[in-house]
Structure formats: structure tokens, C-alpha cells
Design a protein around this ligand. Structure first.
Ligand SMILES: N[C@@H](CCC(=O)N[C@@H](CS)C(=O)NCC(=O)O)C(=O)O
Length: 107
């Protein structure tokens, strides 16, 4: 079962929740109190050395961080991540746009 390390006010974690929900993928949630230092514990830093949510732990114990990397992992093989090169690059265009122009302002 997928495990999402989450923090409810996080817009980056929200994106993961939305996609998992749209695809009907079952997952478990572990809340991380980022303002209480839970994202800076030794255990959490092993999951994501950047000390931030979201993190998605997959079945084999590996974990992936960075919301848009998680989105592409989850979206692979679905219409949300096309195989056509140009269409796929267009998805990447908006994912990079979001991280550069939108996310820092909200953060
Ligand atoms: N670029 C990262 C940003 C992750 C991020 O900044 N997460 C925030 C919550 S939205 C966080 O966990 N901050 C805790 C900290 O930096 O200590 C992503 O897209 O996942």
C-alpha cells in the first residue's frame, strides 16, 4: 500500500491527494507536523533529505519526494501523463511553470 507523508495545509501535498483521488488509487496517510519539527527527524530525512512533504513511499520501501516527481510517478500509464513526446513535454512545461512561478509565491 502506498504511504503518503502529508500535511493538510500543504498545497504540494494537496496535488498528490487530488491525483490519487482522481485515479481511485488507495493509499495510507501519515501526517507530518512540519512546524513541530517532524520533517527534520533522522527518520524523515532518510525519506527526503530536503525535509519536506509530500513524500510517497511505495510498496518496495523506496520513497519519492518533490510533488511533481510524485505526480509523474502516479500518473505514468494514465491519460494524465501522455506517451506522445510533445504532449508529455507540455505536461512538464506546466509542472515546471508551477514550481517556478506559482509554488514559491504560495509557500
Ligand atoms: N518543491 C517541493 C516543495 C516541498 C515543500 O516546500 N513542502 C513544504 C510544505 S508545502 C514543507 O514540507 N516544508 C517543511 C520545511 O521546509 O521544513 C515540492 O514540490 O514537493
Amino acid at each position: 500500500m502506498l504511504m503518503l507523508y502529508d500535511y493538510l495545509p500543504s498545497q504540494n501535498a494537496w496535488k498528490i491527494r487530488v491525483l490519487l483521488g482522481l485515479l481511485g488509487i488507495a493509499y495510507e496517510t501519515r501526517m507530518v507536523s512540519i512546524f513541530e519539527g517532524e520533517s527534520r527527524t533522522e527518520a524523515f530525512l532518510k525519506l527526503n533529505p530536503a525535509g519536506a512533504v509530500p513524500v510517497l513511499a511505495v510498496d518496495n520501501g523506496q520513497a519519492i519526494a518533490e510533488s511533481n516527481a510524485i505526480l509523474t510517478l502516479v500518473a505514468e500509464g494514465t491519460p494524465y501523463l501522455p506517451t506522445d513526446r510533445l504532449a508529455r513535454a507540455k505536461v512538464m512545461q506546466w509542472l515546471f511553470f508551477e514550481q517556478y512561478y506559482v509554488e514559491p509565491v504560495i509557500g
